[in-house]
Ligand binder design. Structure first.
Ligand SMILES: [Zn+2]
Length: 87
């Protein structure tokens, strides 16, 4: 009886190892393309109006006095424009 438990244990170990190597292979496949580094698009910027941090790729930009500002929404960009044009 003990030998059956031992064999079952060996099978379990075998499948765990097999699964582990399969995952490793998938991870290798998912590795991002070095020609398109994701770090640039995932860069976080802060909205100067509401103070929220969000990815630069989703940002609305506005160049004002030679500086680029990033906003989470049209409303924030509009608010910033109004504040700076008034003062
Ligand atoms: Zn905002």
């Amino acid at each position: 009886m003990r030998i059956i438990i031992f064999l079952a244990f060996c099978l379990a170990v075998y499948y765990i190892i097999k699964g582990y190597f399969k995952d490793q292979g998938l991870q290798r496949g998912r590795r991002p393309d070095p020609r398109h580094p994701p770090t640039i698009t995932d860069e976080l910027v802060q909205d100067p109006v509401c103070g929220v941090y969000f990815p630069k790729k989703d940002a609305l930009s506005l160049i004002w006095k030679g500086k680029t500002y990033y906003f989470c929404s049209k409303e924030c960009r509009q608010k910033f424009r109004e504040q700076n044009l008034e003062s």
